[in-house]
Design a protein around this ligand. Structure first.
Ligand SMILES: NC(=O)c1ccc[n+]([C@@H]2O[C@H](COP(=O)([O-])OP(=O)(O)OC[C@H]3O[C@@H](n4cnc5c(N)ncnc54)[C@H](O)[C@@H]3O)[C@@H](O)[C@H]2O)c1
Length: 436
């Protein structure tokens, strides 16, 4: 058992001096804006889970600069070796490789860690990183269940560690400009927001079979139930599996739900209804391919919709984004663009584009905060609220009931069946981090 006390305020590394912090901030900013700069003292980064996005995050860190990936960890030896090869080519030094994150944290010399494992592993891994005194770039969704998220947020808030949650749309100028336009009254009174991502979900072979030799499937499942392996529930495809990714809204939709919370300064919803089902991908996936959720926030209703079977909108450009409906106009906003549609016939429709590398900006913000000890743009409490919001939608869907959420006590009211879903049993010998 670790003896680390997360309440101890310590500056672990010399790089946190004011001089280094300033140099680092400038260098990182210059690097992101493509002008190059003298490198600050390199931060040693470890990456847990080097599949798709763990490597995207590692690349973003190398693009920002001032980072060397010194260690990588994965339960699939093919992913591990491919990542080490790629990083060696890029940075000239091969990172050390580990199968177990606990071993990496014990043995590797690290300043920061990026966590790119699937969500059902996030809670245990983030808490272990904090116990080892490391700063963390934690991929979204924050956690698999709401009580894990609370345990993670509490652990981080009792420490002096910097944690950035991977909602990179918080760097989007388009979302920020749309928010400013709403605040300035451009659409009159904002009455409702609609959020959506429709897309055709690709599926793989669902036949239960032996996992690939390189993959330790028991370890991959970790605290989640050990379900039979098939390519459809393995690498990348886990997103639409109930026991791990928990579906499209929790996996991808969460980005636009979080961006809406950011734009409108929303906390968590207090009443959630959800309806949908698997109407087209029966036998392929275990989460809804068609879903509508009504989130009642204090200030307004936010409606989520998704279809995963290929139907596009009348204008496909709006398949992925957020509608902000006011009594005098509508704004549609997505990652890099926002459009104002006035209600009056004579008023002009406006289009604004704001291209940016959101992932690199979000990583730059994290690395800057590691050096300066400022708080990052997506602190863990925001990550918790965004994640818990979409998880409440899945609880409403799975319990086929209206869910009333009390944000102060973090309890589901008058609905024991739904409240049971706030925390799931861990598979032994793993121990759920929320004891309450
Ligand atoms: N911010 C974004 O836009 C964005 C986009 C895609 C994915 N993500 C997030 O990134 C994370 C990873 O998603 P992905 O698409 O890269 O999945 P993936 O399946 O491609 O990769 C996950 C990797 O983690 C490894 N892994 C599993 N259990 C592990 C463990 N206990 N220790 C170490 N490694 C382990 C797997 O073997 C695999 O290599 C998820 O949380 C996902 O939501 C974020």
């Amino acid at each position: 058992m670790s003896t680390f006390d997360p309440t101890t305020k310590t500056n672990r590394r010399g790089f946190l001096s004011a001089t280094a912090a300033t140099a680092g901030t400038l260098a990182l900013a210059r690097s992101v804006h493509g002008r190059g700069a003298a490198a600050p003292k390199a931060l040693k980064m470890g990456v847990i889970g080097v599949g798709w996005y763990g490597m995207v995050d590692a690349m973003a860190a190398l693009k920002v600069g001032g980072v060397e990936v010194t260690a990588v960890c994965d339960v699939d030896s093919e992913h591990l070796n491919a990542a080490a090869d790629q990083l060696e080519k890029l940075q000239g030094k091969r990172p050390a490789t580990y199968k177990l994150h606990a071993e990496m944290l014990k043995k590797a010399d690290l300043d920061v860690v990026a966590i790119g494992s699937p969500p059902h592993w996030h809670a245990l891994q983030l808490i272990d990183c904090i116990k080892h005194g490391l700063d963390v770039y934690e991929e979204k969704p924050l956690a698999y269940d709401i009580r894990e998220g609370r345990a993670m947020a509490d652990c981080v808030s009792k420490s002096d560690r910097i944690v950035q949650v991977g909602f990179q749309r918080r760097q989007s100028a388009a979302f920020k400009q749309a928010a400013a336009a709403v605040k300035a009254g451009k659409i009159g009174q904002l009455v409702q927001a609609d959020v959506q991502i429709h897309h055709r979900a690709g599926t793989k072979d669902t036949t239960p079979q032996a996992p690939p030799a390189a993959l330790d499937w028991d370890l991959w499942c970790g605290p989640a139930p050990k379900i039979p392996y098939s390519p459809q529930v393995g690498h990348k495809s886990w997103r639409l599996e109930t026991t791990t990714g928990h579906g499209h809204l929790v996996d991808w939709g969460i980005h636009n739900v979080d961006a809406t919370r950011m734009m409108l300064g929303l906390g968590m919803p207090n009443r959630i209804t959800a309806a949908g089902g698997i109407y087209h991908l029966q036998g392929k996936i275990t989460t809804p391919d068609t879903l509508t959720v009504h989130f009642d926030f204090d200030r307004l209703p936010v409606v989520w919709r998704h279809r995963l079977w290929g139907a596009t909108e009348y204008n496909p450009e709006v398949n992925n984004g957020v509608f902000l409906y006011g009594d005098e106009g509508t704004i549609f906003v997505s990652d890099q663009k926002w459009v104002f549609v006035p209600t009056g016939k004579s008023a002009q429709r406006e289009e604004h584009t704001a291209p940016a590398d959101l992932g690199a900006l979000h990583m730059a913000n994290f690395l800057d905060c590691v050096r300066t000890r400022k708080q990052p743009d997506c602190q863990i409490e925001q990550g918790f609220q965004a994640t818990a919001t979409v998880q409440l939608a899945m609880i409403a869907y799975e319990s086929a009931s209206v869910v009333q959420w009390d944000s102060k006590t973090e309890q589901i009211l008058h609905n024991p069946a739904a409240a049971k879903l706030l925390k799931r049993e861990y598979r032994k010998p793993y121990v759920h981090p929320y004891q309450g």
